[in-house]
Design a protein around this ligand. Structure first.
Ligand SMILES: Cc1ncc(C[n+]2csc(CCOP(=O)(O)OP(=O)(O)O)c2C)c(N)n1
Length: 374
């Protein structure tokens, strides 16, 4: 396994000192190390992977030094446009090193949302004409890969990818502040929301642990899963899935249970929601200021005035709180409000160590949800 500090030093030795990306569970140790050690202004946890590539391109334009963009392979889709129309040798020809976490590697057990992407990732890189190397586990071999990758991006003035398998990096614990004793955890906030739902209300929950917690809540309550669409993949799009449902079912209240990282990833969607003026749309953003599901790396969530944004986008009922005691009252106000409604609940990051995963399939989930809506 590769120690994160040595990997980071090898990058710095190659004069790759600007970092941007969206964190990944498989890269959590190296992402955590970069978060704690890159100097201010030289590391940006980006809104999405395409934005990260934009940042690295901008840094290169200003310094002539290539940067590193890290991502989970789920984010390759977000990267394709800037890879083909910005950094590509036929456009601006900008060197950048990609560090890609390989979820869904064939032969390695993974969740359904990762399998296709895992299978087609190398052929996607081939199709994009991006050379790559799979990172070996030994430090010495890894250092050689970094050297040859750095040479390749400079000589070709184009991207090169290093693909990272599960368990390649040694563990590194992200530094963090102690939890705020006043705040709930995401799971407790979800419980209050789910407790408050009325019989005909449906939800679309976001990627990561939130959907797993919703699933477990329903299991424990033995209430079935037919009112929930669990967006296990496709990070950042839960609100638009919920909006599509809400448009088609204008008499049924539809809740989107979102995360701050997911909301920020495609924040333009808020403008679209506001503009629809849909009375039955209710957007709850559970803000823990982190990409909690993949290692807890910070988002800018706690620095964003989501309420002001939602209001400016045209949401009609907007509230934000970090006070657990007022959440039930505000949920009940939201249930009686004319939407689009927006409710930000600030919580601590962190989850139960024994949190499970959905035991039903994605197909069951889709079928039951559709049957319920019909
Ligand atoms: C396009 C894409 N990029 C990255 C990921 C990896 N990923 C899964 S969940 C998650 C964090 C989500 O953060 P947030 O919405 O704030 O929810 P939290 O985990 O904090 O509850 C990330 C980065 C992904 N699934 N898809």
């Amino acid at each position: 396994m590769i120690p994160c500090d040595k990997f980071y030093s090898a990058l710095i030795n190659e004069n790759i000192g600007f970092f941007a990306g969206v964190p990944d569970s498989l890269l959590k140790d190296i992402c955590g190390y970069i978060s704690d050690h890159a100097p201010a202004g030289r590391h940006v946890i980006a809104a999405n992977e395409g934005a990260a590539l934009g940042l690295a391109a901008g840094s290169y334009l200003a310094t002539a030094r290539p940067g590193l963009v890290y991502l989970q392979n789920s984010g390759l889709g977000n990267l394709i446009n800037p890879l083909t129309s910005l950094t590509d040798p036929e456009v601006y020809s900008i060197p950048v090193l990609l560090l890609i976490g390989w979820r869904g590697e064939p032969g390695v057990h993974d969740e359904p949302q990762h399998r296709k992407q895992g299978r087609v990732m190398l052929s996607t890189l081939d199709a994009l004409e991006i050379p790559y190397e799979i990172l070996p586990e030994s430090l010495e071999a890894a250092e050689k890969i970094i050297t040859s990758a750095a040479k390749s991006i400079r000589e070709r003035s184009a991207p090169y990818a290093i693909v990272v398998r599960k368990n390649t990096f040694e563990s590194y614990k992200l530094q963090g502040k102690a939890p705020d004793a006043q705040l709930l955890r995401r799971e407790d906030a979800l419980k209050l929301i789910l407790d408050s739902l009325r019989a005909d209300e449906v939800i679309v929950s976001t990627t990561g642990m939130a959907s797993r917690e919703v699933f477990e809540y329903r299991e424990n309550a033995k209430s079935g899963h037919s009112k929930d669409f669990l967006t296990v993949g496709c990070m950042g799009h839960a609100s638009q899935i919920a909006l599509g449902v809400a448009l088609e079912k204008p008499h049924r209240p539809v809740y989107c249970l979102d995360g701050d990282g997911s909301t920020i990833m495609h924040m333009g969607s808020l403008a679209i929601i506001g503009a629809t003026g849909l009375r039955n749309f209710r957007h709850v953003v559970i803000n823990n200021g982190a990409h909690d599901s993949v290692g807890g790396q910070p988002t800018v969530g706690m620095h964003v005035n989501f309420s002001a944004i939602a209001t400016a986008c045209g949401y009609r009922w907007v509230r934000s709180t970090n006070d657990p005691d007022v959440i039930p009252r505000l949920l009940s106000e939201m249930a009686n409000s004319t939407g689009p409604a927006f409710f930000e609940i600030k919580v601590n990051k962190g989850a139960r160590a024994d949190l499970g995963r959905p035991t039903t399939t994605t197909f069951d989930n889709k079928r039951e949800f559709m049957t319920y809506l019909q």
